[in-house]
Design a protein around this ligand. Structure first.
Ligand code: B12
Length: 189
C-alpha cells in the first residue's frame, strides 16, 4: 500500500494506527450512516449506495441530501455507526468535506469513527488535483477518499481484507461476490 499522497484516487487508504482519524473498521452487520455534504441536493447516488450497503449486510441510516454538519454529528452520536459514508457529486464535496470532517472529529466520542467520502468531489479533472484533494481530506479527518468514484469502489473497500477486523467477514462476502450473487458484481473487476 502506498502512502496516501501517492495512492491512486480509487485506492482506499487503510484505517487504523497512523491513519487520519484512526477509525475502527466496519464489519458487515453493523450500522452505516449515509449522507451527503450540506450543499449537495443529489439523491440517486444515496439510493444506489444504500442498496449496495444493505446488500453487503449493513443497516443503513440514510440522512438524505443537504445534511447539515450538526445533524450528521447528532446522528453519529445517536447511532454510533460502524462506518460513515459521505457521498457528494455536485463538485463541492471537496470543499464541504474539509469543513465537515473536523466538525465530526471535534467530538471525542467520534474521534475513532470510520468515515469515508467519495463521489464527484471536485470540478478539476487533473490527477494532481485529485491527489492534493485526497491528501487534504485525509488530513481533515476522513479515513479514505474516493475521488471520481464508482459504487464498485465502495464494494471493494467493504470487501477489503486489508482492514483489520474485517478478515472474518470478508471471505464470505468475497465468495458471494465471485459467484455473482451480489448485485453489480459482473460490472466490477
Ligand atoms: C440528476 C442530476 C441532477 C438533479 C438531481 C435530482 C436528484 N433528486 O438527485 C438536479 C437537477 C436537482 C441537479 C442539480 C445540480 N446538479 Co446535477 N446532475 C444530475 C445528473 C444528470 C445525474 C446524477 C445522478 O442521479 N446519477 C445517478 C447516480 C446513481 O450515479 P452517480 O451520481 O454517479 O453516483 C455514483 C458514483 O458517484 C458513486 N459514488 C457516489 N458517492 C460515493 C461515495 C463513495 C464513498 C464511493 C466509493 C462512491 C460514490 O456511486 C454512486 C452510485 O452508483 C448528473 C450528471 C450525470 N450524468 O452523472 C448531474 C451532475 C452531478 N450535476 C452537476 C451539477 C453541477 C449540478 C448543479 C450544481 C447544477 C446547477 N448549476 O444548479 C446542481 C446542484 C444542486 C446542489 N445543490 O447540489 C454536475 C456536477 C459536476 C461535478 N461534480 O464536477 C453533474 C456531474 C453534471 C455535469 N456533468 O456537469 N442535478
Amino acid at each position: 500500500m502506498t502512502a496516501p499522497a501517492r495512492r491512486d484516487a480509487h485506492e482506499p487508504t487503510p484505517s487504523g494506527p497512523g491513519a487520519p482519524g484512526g477509525g475502527a473498521p466496519a464489519t458487515p452487520g453493523g450500522t452505516v450512516v449515509l449522507g451527503t455534504v450540506p450543499s449537495d441536493s443529489h439523491t440517486w447516488n444515496l439510493v444506489l449506495l444504500q442498496l449496495l450497503l444493505e446488500e453487503c449486510g449493513f443497516e443503513v441510516v440514510n440522512l438524505g441530501p443537504c445534511v447539515p454538519e450538526e445533524l450528521l454529528v447528532e446522528e453519529c452520536l445517536r447511532h454510533r455507526p460502524e462506518l460513515v459514508v459521505i457521498s457528494s457529486i455536485n463538485g463541492h464535496g471537496y470543499a464541504d468535506g474539509l469543513r465537515l470532517a473536523p466538525r465530526v472529529r471535534a467530538r471525542p466520542e467520534l474521534a475513532e469513527l470510520s468515515m469515508i467520502i467519495g463521489g464527484k468531489l471536485g470540478v478539476g479533472g487533473e490527477a494532481a488535483d485529485r491527489e492534493r484533494g485526497s491528501r487534504a481530506l485525509l488530513e481533515a479527518g476522513f479515513d479514505a477518499v474516493f475521488f471520481d468514484a464508482a459504487a464498485a469502489d465502495l464494494r471493494r473497500y467493504l470487501l477489503s481484507g486489508e482492514r483489520p477486523g474485517e478478515a472474518a467477514a470478508a471471505p464470505a462476502l468475497e465468495e458471494e461476490y465471485a459467484r455473482g450473487e451480489l448485485a453489480g458484481a459482473s460490472s466490477a473487476s
